[in-house]
Every structure is written in C-alpha cells, then in structure tokens.
Design a protein around this ligand. Structure first.
Ligand code: NAD
Ligand code: ZN
Length: 289
C-alpha cells in the first residue's frame, strides 16, 4: 500500500479511537469482494446492462398498478430478482468483518447499509440499519410488517393463482423488503438513519458511489452540523471557534461527489477488504498502548 494511504489509515485509526459516536455507511462496494457485483463500478450490473437499470425504474409503478402481474414477472427464472434470492449463498469478506470488529471494540455504534444482502449481520455486526431493506424479507405495503422470505412458497402461490403474497396481520400486499427505485424509504429506517447522522461525531463511508438519494444526503446532513469549541489563546484569553462536528472518512475504490464537494474530510482510496482491516489493526495497536 502506498505511503499516503498508510498515513491516512493511521489518521483514520486515531480519529476512530478519539470519536465518541462513530457510525459506518456502506454500499454495494463493500460486498464486491464477496462476489456480489455492484451497480456502478467497472463490473457493475448497470455498467454492463444499462437496459436492466432502465427496467428497474419501472418495477415500482408496475407493482402499484398490478401486484399480481408484477409478482408473476419477477418470479420468472431469468428475472433479476432470481439473482437477489442467491444472496444467502455469499459469505462476508474482511471488510465486513473489520466493521463488525470495530463495533465489538465499542467504537462503531451502528452500520447503515444500502446493501440488501445481510452480509454485515453474517459477519457479526449487531446494530445494522438496512436503509434499502433486505432481499431475505418481504414487507407489507400497508402496515410495514416484515416477514422472512423463506416462510413463503412463492412458486406454490403462483401455481395456485394466489399471487401477490399477503400480510397475515392486515391482508395488505407484500413486496420484497428491498427498496425499489422510486419507492420511498420505509419511515422506520429513514428516521433511525437520520438520528444516527445527527448524533455521530465520526462517519466512515465504505464502498458507495454516493449518488443514490436520499442515502447520499446522510453525510451532507452530518456535514452541516457545527459545534462551538472554546479554545485558550496564547495570551490566556479564550476564543470560541465554530468547527465542524463530524469527521467524515471515505474508504472507496473511486472518488465520489462527496470527495469532489469536500463533504468528506479525506478519502482512503482502495478496496474495503484491504483498507478496513488495516484501520482495525491500527486501532487495536493504539488501544493496547
Ligand atoms: P454503486 O454500485 O452505485 O457503487 C459502488 C461503489 O463502490 C463504486 O463507486 C465502486 O467503485 C466502489 N467499489 C466497488 N468495489 C469496491 C471495493 N472492494 N472497495 C471499495 N470500493 C469499491 O453502489 P451503491 O452506492 O451502494 O448504490 C447502489 C444501490 O444498489 C444501492 O441502493 C444498493 O442497495 C444496491 N445494491 C446492493 C447490492 C448488495 O446488496 N450487495 C449489490 C448491488 C447493488
Ligand atoms: Zn400488513
């Protein structure tokens, strides 16, 4: 690893140890080293299949118009949704384990992820907010209840002409918990995430292009916060400074709008599976001192 990256890793470790309430924000990039392609990276699903992206924008409207037809379509074997059903077969990588370790060490208070693959929990992270839901669950469009996807035999429902699946509490239509394009973020995760962004004094952003909204507004919200800090001057007088309340660090393969617009304080450019374990190593070195 280059010297500059090494210096920044040390800086990130010091900032992490000094923080009182650190949170992580993650995107599809943290799961690419587990074998799940991202959307917009060089091998991303949208980069390779732009038509699939255009189609994805139609799913939510189709679901609202005709839930039965939508469910029949997404249960076709060549549907992109059959890929999502395979998420359970993937294993976490060193990037996921590093964040779980930071949580265990008491540094990371929560991980807000855009991923719907469940790999943070599999790696041992306990406080995970799934901003874009989970493909292992179904969610009621009326009351918001979530159910284990495996509890439903969707093929059987299809064969019996019983689609869409229905909520056992209110009989509302169920959809995948994974948030579709154009679908509002479920209010519970939206509120929790905003609270975390307001509360944190360190935000570690990992493997995201930071172009999907409203997720990408969380660092911007955090960046707006400023605090007044009293500082003793050389003359013995006190001055009150207005300083940023949050340290924002990016661990990303590529530069993002957060880098260009200086929302993040610094970018450690590289793979999360490499960068994050190095940060943890440094953190542990500092903590045993
Ligand atoms: P994105 O595809 O828009 O961007 C991923 C970013 O991560 C890219 O900038 C890429 O350069 C970078 N990256 C790729 N591999 C990396 C690595 N090993 N280390 C560091 N950076 C790496 O992803 P996004 O920002 O999360 O937004 C896309 C949307 O797609 C999200 O809403 C997400 O829910 C969804 N998605 C989820 C999964 C999943 O659950 N694993 C997979 C694909 C897409
Ligand atoms: Zn319901």
């Amino acid at each position: 690893m280059q010297n500059r990256a090494e210096d920044l890793i040390k800086r990130a470790a010091i900032d992490s140890v000094d923080s009182k309430y650190a949170i992580a924000l993650t995107g599809a990039g943290i799961s690419t080293e587990s074998g799940i392609p991202d959307f917009r990276g060089p091998d991303g699903i949208w980069t390779r299949h732009p038509e699939a992206e255009r189609e994805a924008y139609e799913h939510y409207g189709e679901l609202l118009r005709d839930p039965e037809a939508h469910w029949e379509k997404i249960l076709e074997p060549d549907s992109i949704f059959s890929e999502f059903d395979k998420f359970g077969e993937y294993a976490p990588n060193p990037g996921h384990y590093a964040l779980a370790r930071l949580e265990k060490l008491g540094i990371l208070k929560s991980t807000i992820t855009q991923n719907a693959d469940g790999l943070h929990q599999k790696a041992g992270s306990r406080n995970v907010i799934e901003y874009h839901g989970s493909m292992a669950k179904l969610r009621c469009m009326s009351c918001g209840s979530r159910f284990d996807r495996k509890a439903f035999d969707l093929e059987e429902l299809k064969g019996e002409g019983q689609l869409p699946p229905r909520c056992e509490k209110c009989n509302g239509v169920l959809k995948y918990d994974g948030v579709y394009f154009r679908e509002p973020i479920p209010s519970d995760v939206a509120h929790l995430s905003l609270e975390e962004a307001w509360k944190c004094d360190l935000m570690l952003i990992c493997g995201t292009s930071a172009v999907v909204y409203p997720f990408a507004s969380l660092p911007r919200t955090a960046r707006q916060r400023r605090i007044e800090k009293e500082r003793q001057t050389e003359t013995g007088l006190y001055a009150v400074e207005d300083i940023q309340a949050v340290t924002i660090i990016e661990a990303n393969a590529d530069l993002t709008p957060l880098t260009y617009e200086k929302i993040s304080g610094y970018l450690i450019q590289g793979r999360t599976g490499n960068v994050l374990p190095h940060i943890v190593e440094e953190v542990e070195r500092i903590m045993v001192r």
